[in-house]
Unconditional design. Structure first.
Length: 93
């Protein structure tokens, strides 16, 4: 019977190890991506934005695409623009 208990403990440790390593991998990828973004955009020169984005590693671009960061930034920017414009209307804002 102790062999079955030891096997159960081993199986539980393996089943808990795999998600832990997956979360650790995703966290490391996101943190390195954020670090690469800040490193690529040391000077905010929007005329060179495409070359700054081209300087990002391919793994960072993959994570940004996977989390739909471009779509999210577009939605947030347009929401702030609409909020700004609505507040300028005298009878609404």
């Amino acid at each position: 019977m102790p062999d079955l208990h030891a096997f159960g403990e081993w199986l539980l440790s393996v089943l808990l190890y795999i998600p832990q390593k997956i979360i650790e991998f995703i966290t490391d990828a996101v943190i390195s991506g954020i670090d690469a973004i800040f490193a690529a955009c040391t000077v905010c020169d929007f005329s060179q934005l495409s070359s700054n984005l081209a300087a990002l590693p391919i793994a960072t671009l993959f994570i940004l695409g996977w989390f739909k960061i471009g779509t999210g930034l577009t939605i947030i920017t347009s929401a702030y623009l609409v909020r700004f414009l609505i507040r300028r209307l005298p009878f609404i804002g």
